[in-house]
Structure formats: structure tokens, C-alpha cells
Design a protein around this ligand. Sequence first.
Ligand code: PLP
Ligand code: COI
Length: 339
Amino acid sequence: MENINWKDLSFGYIKTDYNVRAYYKNGKWSEPEVSNSEYFNIHIAATALHYGQEAFEGMKAYRGKDNKIRLFRWKENAKRMINSARGIIMAEVPEELFGEMVFRAVKMNEKYVPPYGSGAALYIRPLLFGSGPEVGVKPSAEYTFMVFVTPVGPYFKGGVKPVNMMICRDVDRAAPMGTGVFKVGGNYAASLRAIVKARDANYANVIFLDAKEKEYIDECGPANFFAIKGNTYVTPKSDSILPSITNKCLIELAESLGMKVERRKVHVDELPEFDEAGACGTAAVISPIGKIYDPDTDKLVEYCKNGKPGKVQMKLYEMLTGIQKGDLPDTFNWITILD
Ligand code: PLP
Ligand code: COI
């Protein structure tokens, strides 16, 4: 195993040994090829550079107590990338090719999969972009698909901690009929102004409201929002949020605990009625929300008054991370063990 201080890793980029690439040309995908370069040779008129024809995925591989490497729900990421490709008219990466390249990238960089118990994981970043030249606004005829991996640290060092969020009304991440449901780079570029403003004001991230009415919760920066109210798991239904795989898992886990699940519009005025709130996504799994501040109304909602995350979301967190690490049985069939 590589000599890395696993416990001090952040959620950042560290060079690994190999990445895997495939090229779409003349209507078909090439055989995947392995590269040890961190760079691309890219055409100056590639549509990704000019018109943002680009989509990515984010997933993790974990090492279990048995030393086996576990991939989590990779087919969901493959499907989402196909949907993102359709959303911005790119060539689709077939599920088998996606899987083959992800497995190869992990296997070839096996020594970078953090040890069991370190809290760290191997983050997998598939990337698809228009690499053919165009000057007019139209889809590229050529595409590049690439998978790189990088070890990432536990999102919360020293345990899961509540974070504070700021409501955002002056920036929209995505429009109702726009690209919010796709994992395309442009959405993240659009969110940066809001995220930087929130960070400068000492908040972990922003809560975007729906772009049309500015009344309903959309997303928590690059994560889905959820809340707990009694025995109910509540999460926003919206035309502009990314369907989070973590959220999907939490919903299934909540149902398995006998909880009621509501996927519906969540009005910002409803926030004080919740017992717990959180943001969910691959990077942190769950970020419990401690406080939500609304700078336009000067209202503050506080959840974790004792400084600790809520009990229900911690139970869901333990269940999900237990399955990911292989500590709990894979009753939902979410794990692929790498041979
Ligand atoms: N929402 C956005 C905008 C994201 O970028 C992500 C991260 O991937 C999520 C939600 C969470 O999705 P997932 O749980 O599939 O990682
Ligand atoms: C997540 O995985 O939860 C994210 O927020 C993805 C981000 C790094 C783009």
C-alpha cells in the first residue's frame, strides 16, 4: 500500500498511477486505453471548452475489514451519466464500458484504496466531454470518456459535525427546465458565486431555493436536502435538482426502519417545523445541518442546539456507511466486490 498519511487526507486531488480513457469517433467507442499522464491533448475548438459540453460522476470505493475493495452502486452512476449525456446531447457511455473502465481504474490504482478504519476512501471521477472541434453552437461529433481516481479523506475529521447553511436568493444554480437534473459542469460554475459568498460569510454552503418562486428548497450547494419530522423523512421534489444516489439510499433505509417518506415541495417557512435537517451526497454521505440563516429575513433556524447531529440521521448514516465498508450485510444489493 502507498505510503500516505490516510488520516490527514482532505477531499482533494492526489496523483495516482493510472487513468483510463476511451474515445468516441465515427459513431463508435474505442477500446479503453490506460494512461499514466495527468494531462490531455485537447483540440482548441473542443465543444467542452467553449460550450460546456461536459458531464461527470462521483463515486467511491472502500476497503473492508476483509481487505476486499467494495464499489458502491456503480450502475446508478453509469445510468446517471447516460442521462446527463442525453441532457446535453453527447454520445452515451454504455453501462458495460463505464463499468469496465471504472473497475480497471480502481484495480490498477489498488494501492491507493485507503485502509479499513482510516475513514478515507478512493474517490472515482468519470468524465465525459465533447472533444471534437466546432465553432457553431452544436453538439460535438467526437467525445472523450476518462476515469481517474484519487484517495480522499473522511469529510469530517474526528466525527460527523453539524454545518451551518445560508439561504441564497440572489443566485440560481439551475432553472426548472434547465440542466439541474444532469451532472454537468455548467451547474457547478453557476453555483460558485453563491458558494464563495456563503464561505466568505463563514457558512459551509448555501441552500438554493427554486429559481421560479424562490419559496421552495432546491439543493444544499452540491448536495440534496433532507429533513426529519417525527417518523417522516422529507426531501424536496423539484425539476432542477440532481437525483442523488445517497438520497435514494437514505430513503430506502428510512423505509426499512418503518419511517414514512415524503418527496414533495418543501417550503422555506417549513424549516422551523423539522426536528433534524441535513445535506447528503457521496463526498460526506450526510452533513447534518446545525443552523440555517436567511440573510433576507434575518431568520435563524437551529437544529443541533447541543452541538450534536440528530439521532435519526446518525442512525441512517451508520447504516449506510456500515454497508459501504462491509461492516453490515449488503441486504439491498448495493455492493460490487472487486476481484
Ligand atoms: N446534488 C448535486 C448538485 C451534486 O453534485 C451531488 C453530488 O454528486 C449530489 C446532489 C449528491 O449526489 P450523490 O449522492 O449521487 O453523490
Ligand atoms: C458529493 O459527492 O457529495 C459532491 O458534493 C460532489 C462534488 C464533489 C461535485
